[in-house]
Structures are given as C-alpha cells and as structure tokens.
Ligand binder design. Sequence first.
Ligand SMILES: Nc1ncnc2c1ncn2[C@@H]1O[C@H](COP(=O)(O)OP(=O)(O)OP(=O)(O)O)[C@@H](O)[C@H]1O
Length: 272
Amino acid sequence: MTGSGGTALKNDPAADARPGPAPPPALDIRDLRKQYGELEAIRSVSLAVADGEFVSLLGPSGCGKSTLLMIAAGLSRASGGSVTIGGTAVTGPRRDTGVVFQAPVLLPWRSVLDNVLLPIEFQGLPRATYEPRARDLLRMARIDAFADALPHQLSGGMKQRAAICRALVHEPKLLLMDEPFSALDAITRDEMGVELLRLWQAFRKTVVFVTHSIREAAFLSDRVLVMGRRPATIVEEVAIDLPRPRQIAMTEDEAFNRHVRRLRRAIEENHG
Ligand SMILES: Nc1ncnc2c1ncn2[C@@H]1O[C@H](COP(=O)(O)OP(=O)(O)OP(=O)(O)O)[C@@H](O)[C@H]1O
C-alpha cells in the first residue's frame, strides 16, 4: 500500500492518513495517434491501466486494437502522443513487458523448455537462474510433462500455453496479449481463459488483452475498453464487477449476461 506512512513520526497522527504520491500507472497512453501513410489507424486514444489490473480492448476486426498493443509493446512507433510503462517512456521492446501474439510462434527445432527460455537468451540473462522458473511456469500451465518435447508434439492450446510461459519467464510487470486464443476451438478457448486467470491470480501481473470476443472480454477482465470503428477511439468503458475467481459456469449467470448485453450494445451502437 502506498502512503501507509511507514516512516511517519509516532506523534503525528495525521501522517498515516496522508496519501503518498500515487504510483504511476502500469501503462499510461495519452493522445495516441497512428497513421499508416494516408490511413489514419488510431485517433487520440488515451487510457491508463493500474498495477495488477486486467483490462481488455474490445472491438471488431480492423479497428486498430493490434496496432495499439504493438505500440505499447515498443514494436511499432506512434505517430503522436505518449506511451509510458511504470512512468518511463516506451521507445522500443522492454524487459519489463511480455507479449503473446495470436499465433504462438515457437521455434520448431527447439524443445518447449528451450522455447520458453528464449527471452532469457535474447536478454543475455543467466539460464541457470531462470530455468527453475521456466519449469515452474510449465508446471503451472500444466505442460511440464512436455518440457523436452518439440512444438509439433503439442496441441494448439498447449502451444499457446508455452507461449504464455515464454512471455512470463523474464518476470515482466506487464503482459500484452493480442487475441492469444482466437485460433483455438471454443472449448479449449474457454479452458485457456480459466488457465490464464489462474496464472494471473498467482503472479498478479498487469494484463492488457486484445480480443474481438465480447464473452471473453467480460469473463476475463476487471475493465473492458470498447473501441470504435477506425480511426480507433475508445467509445465506452465497462467495469466488470463479477467476483473472482471466475469459473466458466458463471457465464450462465444473469450478472454475466448483463455485462455481455451492455458490451454488445456498445459495439452495435458504434459499429452499426
Ligand atoms: N503495417 C501496416 N500498414 C498499413 N496499414 C496497416 C498496417 N497494420 C495495420 N494496418 C491497418 O490499420 C488498421 C488497424 O489494423 P489492426 O491490425 O490494428 O486492427 P485490429 O483491430 O487489431 O484487427 P484484427 O482484429 O483483424 O487483428 C486496419 O485498417 C489495417 O489494415
């Protein structure tokens, strides 16, 4: 907790109540703009994600969600505005960020464990320090039995779990996920959502999750930001106050479906 007054003098009763400086948001995007030549992909998007929060960006195909995420990941340059992570400007890929893409992109000739350890190699970190963590992550993702297997021996869902482990191995504070489950069948997709929440609750990372699935956004998130048609803007913000931990059975509940209806309305009103 910030501002708890750990160094306060005993005879200053007001000190404990005084708020300390607020910590910078995990991700802070201000007036972000992106042009691809003549095409205006993003027009003035601003958003802030708090430490430990799970936020989804929801919008139909082509509205600019991936563009926004890739700029936050330092993999694409903005045309204007600012992006900061934990208070420092994003100027390129960063150690404190992990990215999961739509396709798991595992190197086919490397074992699952060696794929998970790729960021450690790229960043010149000591393998011996991180290998136990990689194995822990594989265990948590329930694919530890496949540590020495090659990617082609894994199902689609297992490959995506390995990609999530890889994005977490170097202990990033912020996890950026670009439609990570969209290539999976509906049943596996639901299971992966539950798995992701389990990992998230264990590590309490900040997650920004891009999706075009209304149900997925409602199930996973603390907050959903609905994006309008291109050029991207945020047209609505919906807090999802459903209890955690969340289970698939909750998607039958009226409270869940109320959120789904509200998000669907926001999409329909802004995309016609
Ligand atoms: N490298 C690029 N060069 C030119 N135009 C691009 C480029 N990348 C994306 N675009 C355009 O920018 C717009 C937004 O694309 P983006 O991929 O961000 O949307 P999206 O909402 O993530 O879509 P999807 O859900 O289909 O991935 C689209 O019109 C797309 O054609």
